[in-house]
Design a protein around this ligand. Structure first.
Ligand code: NAD
Length: 324
């Protein structure tokens, strides 16, 4: 067992958290991750309304008696979303762990803290991590440039971002972006973190509620198979480098606005990719970690393998590296 400040604070067995992924973070995956002793996360905005989120939380509870959390990402959306009402749904459903992302969590904290909720704030820069710590979140999930989805605009990969953050952030911190195996977990601990957050890696699991074609693409692609869209809009998103992502980048370079690009990049179209396996229907998030994804295990097999190999690496190869 690997015990860290994060496992202690959040009452979980293993220092591994599942990323809140749009269309993927549903009860099937979150419960399987939590049942494996890691922390599963439901993605709030995947549910069309706050009431649907209440139902999804109830469904997840029927599938696990272990702790799980809810992600709430506050970024520009094509259709405005009622964040306050999603927060109410989270609170009245008795959720005790929330992952905020995309924007300063300050406006939501008083309500979440009053409900006894622990907040993990996911951010992509040291300065945002410091601000979140100051306003009272319980843990930081630091997301490096390797990550899927929104890596911010600073382009600092985790080998530098994590130790720079660990130098100034005192609360428990997760390493996010590019993590998928035991080597990553051991490296994260060495870089000053208390655990890892994995998104794309958990997409390639038996329980991930997405089409097998997507899982196959994750296994067959490599670390060069992603594309960065929305760079020109300063809302960069790392997605699978398919024809739709390439078209979106081309339109950006032609100076097209979000209203013109919106119809091809809409999340609703990405959802169809996950549901039907039509890989060119829309954009879908994927990280550079694809370069080290080679199989589709169950969540339990994946989590247990990572922890067992990490323990073995720390006791074995690393301990032996110290000269007598
Ligand atoms: P959506 O269909 O509303 O928008 C599609 C994409 O366009 C999103 O990446 C969104 O940020 C971007 N976008 C929308 N309006 C924009 C604007 N005015 N300027 C710049 N970019 C704009 O989004 P969705 O797929 O329904 O996702 C809902 C939320 O979840 C969004 O905030 C999205 O960014 C977020 N998300 C986060 C991750 C992640 O990194 N964790 C992954 C996927 C989606």
């Amino acid at each position: 067992m690997i015990k860290t400040r994060f496992t202690e604070m959040f009452g979980i067995k293993h220092p591994i958290v599942q990323g809140g992924m749009q269309w993927v973070g549903r009860a099937e995956l979150a419960s399987a991750v939590s049942n494996a002793g890691a922390l599963g996360i439901l993605t709030g905005l995947t549910q069309p309304t706050p009431d649907d989120l209440r139902k999804e939380i109830k469904r997840c509870r029927e599938m696990t008696d272990k702790p799980f959390g809810v992600n709430l990402t506050i970024l520009p959306t094509l259709v405005p979303r009622p964040y306050g009402e999603y927060i109410d749904a989270i609170i009245d459903s008795g959720i005790k762990i929330v992952e905020t992302a995309g924007n300063n969590p300050k406006p939501f904290l008083p309500k979440l803290k009053a409900a006894g909720i622990k907040v993990i704030h996911k951010c992509t820069s040291v300065r945002h991590g410091v601000s979140a710590e100051k306003v009272g979140v319980d843990a930081i999930s630091m997301d490096g440039f390797e990550c899927a989805g929104h890596p911010g605009e600073d382009d600092v990969p985790n080998l530098v971002l994590l130790p720079a953050a660990a130098d100034v952030i005192k609360i428990p911190m997760l390493a996010s972006g590019g993590f998928g195996d035991a080597r990553g977990l051991v490296a994260a601990l060495a870089l000053g973190c208390d655990g890892i957050n994995m998104g794309t890696r958990f997409m390639a699991t038996k329980e991930a509620p997405i089409h097998d074609n997507v899982k196959k693409a994750l296994v067959e692609s490599d670390e060069r198979s992603t594309a960065l869209i929305f760079r020109t809009l300063r809302n960069t998103s790392r997605v699978y480098g398919n024809s739709v992502a390439k078209k979106a980048i081309e339109m950006e370079h032609e100076g097209k606005t979000i209203n013109e690009i919106g119809p091809i990049v809409a999340g609703a179209k990405g959802r169809v990719v996950y549901e039907t396996g039509d890989m060119e229907h829309g954009v879908w998030s994927a990280g550079t970690v694809m370069g080290i994804i080679n199989d589709v295990p169950s969540c339990k097999e994946l989590v247990e393998r990572i922890v067992a190999e990490a323990e073995e690496m720390i006791r074995g190869r690393l301990a032996k590296a110290i000269a007598a």
